[in-house]
Design a protein around this ligand. Structure first.
Ligand SMILES: NC(=O)c1ccc[n+]([C@@H]2O[C@H](COP(=O)([O-])OP(=O)(O)OC[C@H]3O[C@@H](n4cnc5c(N)ncnc54)[C@H](OP(=O)(O)O)[C@@H]3O)[C@@H](O)[C@H]2O)c1
Length: 256
């Protein structure tokens, strides 16, 4: 994007935390922000507290109806920030399905619905985590995640394999970690690579914000909201010749 261009940016999961802060920073840079939250009233309340004029819209990333209704009304955009995420306590099949529904399938479905609306040279950002790193997987699974031939169907099958291995109590012997959050972010990173490879007209990157003081990160986290959000804002506003298909923290590449 040319340096002074004002961008129209959609941010998911922006009622609070990093999503809200990303909206605040983008709005104060003069960009047109569409702040989305699961309920319209919460989106409007959050938008009103940004201190700059921004749009508010309802978007529950786990609902295909909500995504379709949002996409229908949206019009052209320059960037999409897939920020909505959850980290549930415990580890069982319901934690796995609930976590994947937001952190992986939510980002997948929102991206599929909104990608045609993103202008050439625009940005798609997946708010990921260092917890998505592949070093904790068996070498076979790591190779599967990193396979350049992996497509969305193959990735969904891989994620489904994790869910069924958990249901039968066999996930560790099959090389999976005991963490739905980790797997959701590893899958989100793989999705980043797949969408980037298929979308040469866009920048598609994953960003780890670091450990940030939000409801999810807790009060002991090392980073302020401002620090955590700034790398996401950077990735949402990249211009011509800037990277795509990468994983970044503090604007620097980190390993998958
Ligand atoms: N904080 C950290 O240390 C840290 C580190 C690495 C990565 N991250 C990632 O950063 C992102 C934001 O995290 P955060 O720390 O800001 O968490 P947070 O304070 O818990 O906020 C999460 C946001 O996601 C929204 N959300 C949850 N389910 C949703 C759904 N189905 N549809 C739409 N929005 C939904 C929440 O909305 P409601 O208010 O409606 O619940 C809330 O706005 C997440 O993807 C997280 O994994 C965070």
């Amino acid at each position: 994007m040319p340096e002074n261009q004002k961008l129209r940016v959609v941010v998911t999961g922006a009622s609070r935390g990093l999503g809200f802060e990303v909206c605040r920073q983008l709005a104060h840079l003069g960009h047109h922000v569409v702040l989305t939250a699961r309920e319209q009233a919460r989106a409007e309340r959050a938008a009103a507290s940004v201190g700059a004029r921004i749009e508010a819209a309802e978007l529950d990333v786990t609902s295909v109806e909500s995504i379709a209704a949002f996409a229908k009304r949206l019009g052209p955009i320059d960037a999409l920030v897939n920020n909505a995420g959850i980290s549930l306590k415990g580890f069982d099949s319901s934690v796995v399905s609930g976590t994947l529904a937001v952190n992986f399938f939510g980002a997948l479905h929102v991206t599929q619905a909104l990608l045609p609306l993103v202008s050439d040279g625009g940005n798609v950002v997946m708010v990921s985590s260092g917890m998505g790193e592949l070093s904790v997987y068996s070498s076979a699974l790591r190779a599967h995640f990193l396979d350049e031939a992996l497509d969305v169907d193959g990735l969904v099958a891989l994620v489904d394999d994790f869910a069924s291995a958990v249901a039968t109590g066999r996930h560790t012997e099959r090389g999976w970690p005991t963490s739905a959050y980790r797997v959701s972010k590893a899958a989100l990173n793989a999705l980043t690579r797949i969408v980037a490879a298929k979308s040469p007209r866009l920048h598609v990157n994953a960003v780890c914000p670091g450990w940030v003081r939000t409801d999810m990160g807790g009060s002991s986290a090392l980073r302020s909201l401002e620090e955590g959000a700034s790398g996401i804002v950077w990735a949402a506003t990249l211009g011509a010749g800037e990277p795509t298909g990468g994983f970044f923290r503090d604007r620097k590449r980190i390993p998958w």
